[in-house]
Design a protein around this ligand. Sequence first.
Ligand code: NAD
Length: 699
Amino acid sequence: MMAGPVLEHLGETKLELGPVNRGEGPWLRDEADGIVWLALDRGDGSVNTVSRDVIKGLQSHIETLESDTPGAVVIRSAKMAGFAAGADITGFDDMASDGAAELLKQGHDVLDRLEALDCPTICVVHGAALGAGFELALACDWRIAVDDASFGFPEVQLGLHPGLGGTFRLPALIDPVEAMTLMLTGKTAHTDKARKLGIADLVTQERHVAAAVDAIVSGDVERDAPGLRARAMGFDQARRLAARQMRKETEKKAPKQHYPAPHRLIDIWEEHGDDRVAMQRAEIESFATLLDSDTSKNLRRVFFLRQDMKDKGRGEDGIDHVHVIGAGAMGGEIAAWASIKGKTVTLGDIDLDPLGEAVKKARAVCKEMHLSAIETRNALDRMMPDPRGYGVAQADLLIEAVPETPDLKEKVYNRLKGQMKQGAILASNTSSLRLAKLKGDAPDPSRFAGLHFFNPVSKMDLVEVVRHDGTADDVTRRLAAFCGEIGKLPVQVTDYPGFLVNRALMPYLMEAMVMMDEGVDKEVIDTAAIRFGMPMGPVTLADQVGLDICLHVAESLKGALDKPMADISDRLREKVEVGDVGKKAGQGFYDWSEGTPHPDSDLDDAADDLTDRLILPMLNACVECLRKDVVKDADAIDGAMIFATGFAPFRGGPIHYARARGAKEIRKRLEELTGKHGERLAPDLGWQDLGARDASGRS
Ligand code: NAD
């Protein structure tokens, strides 16, 4: 058994590395039996990111190793949370302005030198090795995966592709088509898959790491030679064929016009996939160009918006037990989600059938999330059907999700009086009723708020935390923390008609229906929105949300807003009357019996103002919400619209898009549209403010 650093988990966040030389910089160094151990421990955070100082520190260690070469070098992380989460994105803007290509070349040079060391280099990965972390691992000769390791390239989500050698090292290591798929989709390969693909040479447990290193150094570990496909991809023609297929698949999920990065990657691989030097040059050049693109800047913005929302959900929620009232489409899934995320949940309903359905749904969500049998059992154990409502008296939080009828909600609240625990919170999942009207029936109005989840709960990240004018601050703070605890992104909103998201979304959906009434084909309308960058068109979205729900929200908004809205389409009413309410009925505006529709129409004959007529009313409502302080600031609006509706992420959010296009220009356009189509499109007063703020230098 090899002597060397003792690698046992110590405390909460660090691995004990024996008598390490703490030294300067983010790398810890230790040496035993001729093997040098370098452990990455960057900053005070729980995870490592790869920054300039990490590369610089590694460079100085490599200089020493080049002149005094040991028997082997082992690279690993000193952080319990994992190997490295990727490059330090906070440094990307500086990198772009400091000459990205030159900085990248320096980074490549360091990894090339690591790769060229005249001794075995071994990377030990526990937890995630993503992006630049994965690239660091790839520059080593061998990779040992510990228990829960995962490898991946999430760069495409930031409008980039790997930039530190991943584009040529991974295809050289494993089946190149698998390598490209990982890079193009951003998906991660967990331990077993990583072993199967050939990314990890060994999979072991933490306590066997030293023995695994020993086995590699002693030459006891063999590696498969590259397979047939790897050899075939050395030929231009084979790559050309594979690239054509990749382009087709990629275009479906990430159209080239909006998301150039994966397409650039396919281009350079097709052209240089058989020439490492040329590929390296092309990777650096392409990465530097992409870094400066609007798409990447906006996607990085989205990354930080998410971080910001996560931060707003930090803190103690003081909520162990949740009681959900109403086990329908929303309540059932809210209960499932909260129990999967560790809360004790009781779930009530006046009928028994929905409770059974909710348990089935919970099982399905566990499956979709690839939870293990034990995790699934634990989640289901925590979720207790409770038709008699025993949980009411025990719960720290009650979430009401009964049908959207004020009288019914009133009855439910009245029954809770005198039953809830001291300090417990009552939150309604209402999507269109005003809390001001409901609060009078709540047992304690100061402990009553809205907690507006979106459908489907397991897929939609955003939750609106709604306060009325009497909600206690501590209640909204705890509800935001609850969202954080169950892995959702909270946005605090006021009790405005439709709150933020439905207020902004409705004019978009309603305008699409007006257009259909005018005779515009639904597929043309949806295609226009998809080309703008929306994940689906408004007609498909309305069907997915449920036409009954759309009608209900539209009616309640129409009665509550102090400005004109589109007339509610007769077609919508008719659909609801006959029960063709969309996806859940198998028929709405589209036929869903064969699955999700994928409209793709020719827009050549479409009216010029089609896209603006759809998108600008949504922006107009966002500006109104900003002016009326429905949310704290423009970033909260952008984040909420992206994470609840999928608003074209590469545009950075509705307000960001409006500013980039110009507030004045949009106001003018809305005036034109008003003249042509009616007062409902009149620009909100807030555009002047936004324009003035732009003129004063805000971007
Ligand atoms: P649903 O009709 O699917 O489910 C409601 C459930 O409540 C049913 O199972 C019903 O049996 C039960 N119920 C009725 N009366 C009850 C009572 N007195 N006590 C206990 N349970 C009772 O409705 P849903 O779509 O889940 O909507 C619930 C709430 O969530 C509504 O306020 C709705 O506006 C809101 N919401 C819905 C969506 C959506 O897309 N469906 C999205 C966001 C918010």
